[in-house]
Design a protein around this ligand. Structure first.
Ligand code: V47
Ligand code: SF4
Length: 372
């Protein structure tokens, strides 16, 4: 008969698994211990149990594309392979409003449901620019969900426009902003953040902007950039701050662990962590973040094969079709150099791992159920 004792003789791990099986929350010390001591098979079993309780075999994807206004940036994050510093501006791109609207119009007649807008930070992309952009997109295609910008941009553009976080967020929502992606979180620990995050928005600022967005009625995602100079304790601290805010507002939809990729950036001397560590990290995220409904493997970053494996380690979302519209990860060395998957390919990826595929919109309404 299968039991937890057949997977591990370690009594501390057995005690943690009893808590999880009983639907109890694990604490920070438990989480730290999982990182330090739990074998990947044990974590997979436990995380898969939690995911099956919440979602059964249901696994989501959407039809989306990205708009990246610029890859020039005033900040200088050590892990970023994408940005061209302002001094090397001529190497990068800076799209105009018209160019961006043309990119949106390219999808006319296609059943995409979401545009994800994120890029570098530059003075000309200010609050007014984004208000005009969102309004113009909505005027052209009202049903297209705008998931846009992160606290990195919000902090900068609201400060420049001399408006409070609350006022700025309200103005963007009135212009058409529908939800907020999870970027810019990196690692919240202040010492690590100072080393890698190039002077952008503080951890407190990141959390406060999501809190305000939730209070104003929109949903958001959260990321964690792992596998660089942080320790396990920093990952636990990061997830604890997210779990606390989620207890307060309930506004987060999805947690997205992002694996540090080491090509062409200031941290290129660091090796990337193993696939085993990726799977352990997804599983621990699922087990610890008991108040997050969804855990996403972002396939353009982690690669489609690891994304498929992750479905047995607590993950229940693989992001979307993308249509080769993002450069962040190919420039950082991901195996996905021209990220684009058709819905058929995404469904096959999910079904061949023995899960059920569902197309969703950004806020997890089901668009289509597949039962091949
Ligand atoms: O904040 C940048 C990360 C993030 C590297 O909410 C890197 O649905 C690894 O947040 N190695 C932006 N990661 C992307 C993002 C995102 C992506 C997909 C879906 C959603 C969502 C959000 O990309 C940045 C940073 O943490 N990043 N460079 C790198 N070299
Ligand atoms: Fe700029 Fe974002 Fe790259 Fe940091 S991660 S340098 S804020 S584009």
């Amino acid at each position: 008969m299968f039991s937890i004792q057949t997977i591990t003789q370690n009594t501390q791990l057995q005690a943690i698994s009893h808590k999880v099986m009983a639907g109890q929350r694990i604490d920070d010390a438990d989480c730290q211990y999982l990182y330090e001591a739990a074998p990947v098979a044990f974590l997979g079993m436990l995380a898969n149990h939690v995911r099956q309780q919440k979602h059964g075999k249901r696994t989501y994807f959407n039809r989306n594309f990205h708009l990246e206004p610029t890859n020039v940036c005033i900040y200088d994050c050590a892990f970023c392979s994408y940005s061209r510093k302002i001094k090397k501006r001529s190497d990068g791109w800076e799209f105009t409003m018209d160019e961006m609207l043309d990119m949106v119009k390219k999808y006319d007649g296609q059943p995409v449901t979401e545009v994800h807008i994120v890029g570098g930070v530059l003075p000309q992309y200010d609050l007014k620019f984004y208000m005009d952009l969102f309004s113009a997109i909505k005027a052209h295609r009202p049903e297209l969900h705008i998931k846009a910008l992160t606290p990195v941009e919000y902090h900068y553009i609201f400060k420049k426009a001399k408006v409070s976080y609350e006022e700025g967020m309200k103005m963007l929502i009135e212009s058409g902003l529908d939800s907020i992606p999870g970027g810019g979180a990196e690692i919240f620990d202040e010492e690590i953040r100072a080393r890698i995050a190039g002077g952008k928005v503080s951890s407190e600022g990141w959390l406060e902007l999501h809190r305000i967005a939730h209070h104003q009625g929109i949903r958001s995602n959260a990321t964690m950039l792992y596998g660089h100079v942080e320790s396990y304790a920093h990952r636990v601290d990061h997830m604890r701050r997210l779990r606390d805010l989620q207890d307060e507002t309930g506004g987060f939809q999805t947690f997205i662990p992002l694996k540090f990729r080491n090509q062409d950036n200031e941290l290129s001397h660091l090796p990337e962590v193993s696939v085993i560590e990726d799977l352990r990290n997804y599983a621990i995220g699922r087990i610890y973040l008991d108040n997050f409904d969804h855990i996403k493997a972002y396939w353009p970053m982690i690669g489609r094969h690891t994304a498929q494996l992750s479905l047995s380690f607590g993950v229940n979302d693989v992001d979307g079709t993308i249509d080769d519209t993002t450069k962040i990860y190919s420039m950082a060395g991901s195996e996905e150099q021209n990220p684009a998957l058709s819905t058929e390919q995404l469904v096959d990826l999910i079904e061949s791992a023995s899960f059920q595929a569902l197309e969703r919109d950004t806020v997890y309404n089901v668009v289509k159920e597949y039962n091949s």
